[in-house]
Design a protein around this ligand. Structure first.
Ligand code: FES
Ligand SMILES: [Fe+2]
Length: 456
């Protein structure tokens, strides 16, 4: 059982830092070193973490380096084809046993003294085993540390280091599953080669928070919007971007353990554009055809099928409406490494696939306009949360608080239809406090926020 103990300087109950009534969040959670360290233990080391897509490691011996919190891990397939995840650290002196980001191998050889591990993690080679160790080393006890749980959901591979965790399906619940369906149900999904990676000087939660944030887009992304969807008057002069929401055009879903979805539904404009435009002119965001299959409706349900925006699989996996996945990997309280996976349906025409790649390059990653605009704000926000003078003034998450009316679709999935709001952000922090307060999985299972059934 993975048990953790809160340090004395930290609150016994992290709900003290998140106030659902006032809709405020204490600044310290975004920059405090000790809180950050406890997050690595209580959230990342205990939760399910996205590794890679199965198609990135299709054959035995294929591997992909990923992270669980701040720990490097190797996702691979052993000789039987079984998915395995190991900590990327040699049991001798701790050196990394794999340096390449992705590839194919027969074994993992540590470059320090040469201990060698099989694809199943077993220690299979020790230089000097006879002469220096006198065959006294019990090699069966010194294999790579393996994740006790590795599972995939429709091709998306997750690993969990806590033996007491619920299985992936239970962890995801309906909101996590719908979030992943937004990409997994698009067809024969494969990743485009190359993961875009960059480091932003922000706390990882502020980046996650922003995935639900449609309040910022008209201002922060004014230049992107002008380039991409310019508004012009009759004479062709540029107009400022319009505020992007009206009553009930946004849908929110709040799930157990912090999963959430928030943002616009498929709009009438998108429906009519999709119907009018020739196939090759349709932007990935307006690509609606994949939703028409009966199996997709079956998987996502009537409320899920209309979502055209942003799920976050707690803690740090964001699925975009244009079939990309971002991981916000913690790199210290004030640093986040952002990874961008871009996926396409392999059965789309070359031209359509190219449109997806172009769209992903334009918006996200180090060269994308969105991320450059967002990154500046997250960096400054993180600095603002570390302020000695401002630390007693909490952040405000009050938008639409207590005005979101919960409804249920005929599959029993709860949702809120409203305009731009901050429900998912506040909900995420309430669940964050559950994770941070519970010493182990059994108490987290017993005492975590139940998704609202009335109002939020
Ligand atoms: S650190 Fe790996 S063999 Fe010594
Ligand atoms: Fe943004």
């Amino acid at each position: 059982m993975l048990k953790t103990k809160a340090k004395s300087r930290l609150p016994e109950d992290f709900h003290d830092l998140v106030d659902p009534e006032q809709a405020t969040v204490d600044r310290s959670i975004f920059s405090d070193e000790e809180i950050y360290k406890l997050e690595l233990e209580r959230i990342f080391a205990r939760g399910w973490n996205f590794m890679c897509h199965e198609s990135q490691i299709p054959k035995p011996g294929d591997f992909f380096l990923s992270f669980i919190g701040d720990d490097s891990v190797i996702a691979t397939r052993d000789k039987t084809g079984k998915l395995q995840v190991f900590l990327n650290t040699c049991r001798h002196r701790g050196n990394a046993v794999c340096r390449a980001e992705q590839g194919h191998t027969k074994s993992f050889l540590c470059t320090y003294h040469g201990w060698t591990y099989g694809l199943d993690g077993k220690l299979i080679g020790v230089p000097g085993y006879k002469d220096f160790y006198h065959e006294d080393l019990d090699r069966s006890q010194w294999g790579l540390v393996a994740a006790p749980h590795v599972e995939s959901y429709k091709g998306f591979v997750f690993a969990c280091m806590d033996p007491d965790a619920p299985n992936l399906n239970e962890f995801l619940g309906p909101v996590g599953r719908i979030g992943l369906d937004l990409i997994a149900e698009r067809g024969r999904i494969v990743p485009i080669d190359g993961i875009k990676k960059n480091i932003i000087g922000c706390n990882w939660k502020l980046a996650v928070d922003n995935a639900f944030d449609y309040y910022h887009a008209p201002l922060t992304h004014a230049s992107t919007i002008m380039v991409r969807n310019p508004r012009v008057d009759k004479e062709g002069n540029a107009l400022p971007p319009r505020a992007n929401s009206s009553a009930n055009d946004h849908r929110v879903m709040l799930g157990s353990y912090g999963h959430a979805i928030s943002g616009p539904k498929v709009s009438e404009t998108e429906r009519s554009l999709a119907a009018l435009l020739p196939d090759h002119k349709i932007e990935p965001r307006v690509d609606l055809a994949w939703r028409d299959k009966p199996e997709t409706l079956e998987a996502m349900g009537p409320a899920g099928i209309e979502i055209n925006s942003h799920p976050n699989i707690f803690p740090n996996m964001w699925v975009t409406e244009s079939s990309q996945v971002a991981l916000r990997i913690p790199r210290g309280p004030r640093s986040t490494e952002v990874w961008w996976f871009s996926f396409v349906d392999a059965d789309l025409s070359d031209e359509r696939q190219k449109a997806y790649v172009e769209h992903s390059n334009f918006l996200h990653g180090p060269s994308g306009m969105n991320e450059q605009e967002d990154g500046e704000n997250w960096d400054q926000s993180t600095r603002g949360t570390a302020s000695i003078l401002a630390k007693n003034f909490p952040l405000n998450y009050a938008m639409n608080r207590d005005r979101g009316e919960v409804k249920f679709d005929n599959a029993g999935v709860a949702y809120i239809d409203t305009h731009v709001n901050e429900h998912a952000q506040l909900w995420m922090y309430m669940c964050w406090a559950d994770w941070m307060t519970a010493p182990d999985w059994s108490s987290l299972k017993q005492r975590h926020e139940s998704p609202p059934t009335d109002r939020f």
